[in-house]
Design a protein around this ligand. Sequence first.
Ligand code: FES
Length: 342
Amino acid sequence: MTLTAEAAPRPKRAAKPSRTARTTDQRAADQHAVVTAVERAADGVVAITLAHPEGRRLPDWTPGAHIDLVLADGTMRQYSLCGDRWDAHAYRIGVLRDPASRGGSATIHDTLRVGDTVRLGGPRNTFRLVPSPRYVFVAGGIGVTPLLPMIRQAELLGADWHLFYLGRSRSTMAFLDELVPHGQRVTVLAKDEVGPSDLGALIGPARADTKVYACGPQRLLDGVLAAAEADRWPEGWVRVERFAAAEQGEPARAQPFDVVLARSGATVTVAPGTTVLDAVQAAGAAVLSSCREGTCGTCEVAVLDGAPDHRDSILSPAERRANTCMFPCVSRSCSDRLVLDV
Ligand code: FES
């Protein structure tokens, strides 16, 4: 993508469907759930099971989806759903105690108990499993969580698959026991047993029948993407989900730009240092938000005109080029004016 091309005026277009399903993705964190189980899943990892307070069905979800979990102190964090998507009465998440966290995982580990009530947002899915005869899954530590439902789905559909599960040591790798029945389909690569892994060798050369899904720490994902590029995997065939925002360069423009709120007709000017999200919310637009760092997908809005400066960690290169949606918590504008469907 060249910014010059992106900044060129384009014809007005009609609103297109969002890249994700708004019917489930735009749920605010206004549902309640009760904790029904808190279990140790590995060193520093707990598995939390949640249910509707009155035993009703929970919203449906698909493999790769995550929820917002809002704790009693108002802290909101996103966690991948790692249970059985066909069990409509239970959500399961895995939570790693992160020493560098802003308190969310430590609060969950130290205070969340069976019987507690939490608020939920979502589910939403920015890491969808696309149909394929064969999958290679690469998990780094707690990054195994979104891949567990994907594996179940692959099994259900009769797809060929293999999981490479990397971690520091087996004692820190959650849900290993659930993977044992899959035998040779799972390769456990504990660093204290086998040393560092060659990611290029794991995913191998591009294959027409294979999609790669990876989730884990940034270094692992950067390594997977670099290996995919070196091995000429086609764009979009290797999908990653990040825990933290990817590094972004400087914004495309340093000047203010205008954002037109198509539903009200209002125009707001977004100054450098102000996010589009803050500007449109201040103008009265009802745009949900959660992570505010371009990783969760909550704030997604449709772009009707203009050229966004995509600065999220969610969209694929093709989705960026399509310019049909953006994440205003981090993304800005290449053009003088953006028209958003808000
Ligand atoms: S609030 Fe999470 S991507 Fe914008």
